[in-house]
Design a binder for this molecule. Structure first.
Ligand code: NAD
Length: 320
């Protein structure tokens, strides 16, 4: 793990804890000795992600929509708000739910943190930078987001969530932190969630062509999930308010990613070019100077190693 700063928590509430990142976060917190309450409505998460945790002492699963409220009995000392559809396929299918998770859901989780006197961490996103005019993106950059484009339900919900978190910190003195996660990948992603890594891995393992959008020259920076979780927990442990970028600055084009997945799976698949989605960002790369300097955190898992682990998990899941 790449965390330099650590802190002991008694009881953490993780909203969206049955999702991809949230379930890894629950596991890491349990391993660190915290009791964990996972609040999830399973709108995009999977029960299988947390079923093994139900046997662990200190783990509680609460099925609830955070936009409606958080029926959490035991006061937490840490609240991590990760509940939100995150893949474009999900948030385009669930536009209003996504905006509610970012607005009412953020308000309700902030209220829980305030009542308990807990530290609050908001999972924001590199999508707040939109189709960026600054590269790489540092936290001071305000972004380039189309407020009425198809992606706005997610981007603007997250931007509103950041504003709401900042306002609550100012108005009520809540101990808040905003982490801006960049593209994260790893085991437990859904093969059909529409994001590049699970799509390419699923297609390569099935011997289908890998669907690359546009000319494939658009870039993303891919962070392995263990590194992301370590970065989030380091930011939680630190007193910083953020926002802080958590991501891997190593950038790769989508075409190179497709080729790498083909090579690592040993697949005979080729590449098939399809239309690029509206407002799809051309580049994406975090400036992680702040996280390096303040948290002593940086990613440790390279693309090849992270993809190997992800491919192994998908193979096991699919029985390949
Ligand atoms: P995911 O879809 O796998 O997980 C989201 C979880 O939230 C799911 O379990 C879902 O059921 C739950 N959820 C959604 N709406 C809810 C609601 N109203 N009430 C209760 N539960 C709800 O997505 P993920 O990739 O794990 O993303 C988790 C968080 O991290 C999201 O907030 C996302 O915006 C943020 N993030 C993720 C990435 C990434 O690359 N994975 C990048 C940037 C930010």
């Amino acid at each position: 793990m790449s965390t330099a700063i650590s802190r002991t928590w008694e009881h953490a509430v993780v909203t969206g804890g049955a999702g991809f990142v949230g379930s890894h976060l629950c596991s890491a917190l349990l391993a660190a000795g915290a009791a964990v309450t996972c609040v999830d409505d399973f709108s995009t998460g999977r029960p299988e992600n947390v079923t093994p945790l139900l046997e662990r002492p200190g783990f509680t699963l609460v099925r609830a929509d955070v936009a409606e409220g958080l029926p959490v009995v035991r006061p937490p000392d840490l609240v991590l708000h990760f509940a939100s559809p995150a893949s474009p396929a999900d948030y385009l299918r669930l536009p209003l739910h996504t905006m509610e998770a970012g607005s009412s859901g953020t308000r309700n989780t902030l209220r829980l943190a305030r009542e308990a006197g807990a530290r609050f961490v908001l999972a924001s996103t590199s999508e707040v930078y939109g189709d960026p005019r600054q590269h790489p993106q540092e936290e001071r950059y305000w972004g380039n987001v189309n407020p009425v484009g198809p992606r706005s339900v997610y981007d603007e919900a997250k931007r509103f969530g950041e504003a709401l978190t900042t306002a609550h910190a100012e108005a009520h003195g809540i101990d808040t932190c905003i982490v801006r996660l960049f593209n994260t990948y790893g085991p437990r992603m859904r093969g059909h969630d529409g994001r590049a890594v699970p799509t390419f891995v699923r297609q390569a393992l099935a011997g289908e062509p890998l669907t690359v959008t546009g000319d494939g020259r658009q870039t993303r920076s891919l962070c392995y999930v263990d590194d992301t979780v370590a970065g989030v927990l380091a930011a939680a442990a630190h007193g910083m308010r953020g926002p802080v970028n958590i991501g891997n600055p190593s950038e790769i084009t989508m075409l190179d990613l497709a080729r790498l997945v083909i090579e690592l799976t040993g697949s005979g698949s080729g590449v098939h070019y399809i239309e690029r989605p509206v407002d799809d960002p051309a580049v994406r790369c975090p400036d992680i100077t702040l996280a390096r300097d303040k948290l002593g955190w940086e990613p440790r898992v390279g693309a090849e190693e992270g993809l190997r682990r992800t491919i192994a998990w998908f193979r096991a899941e699919a029985g390949h």
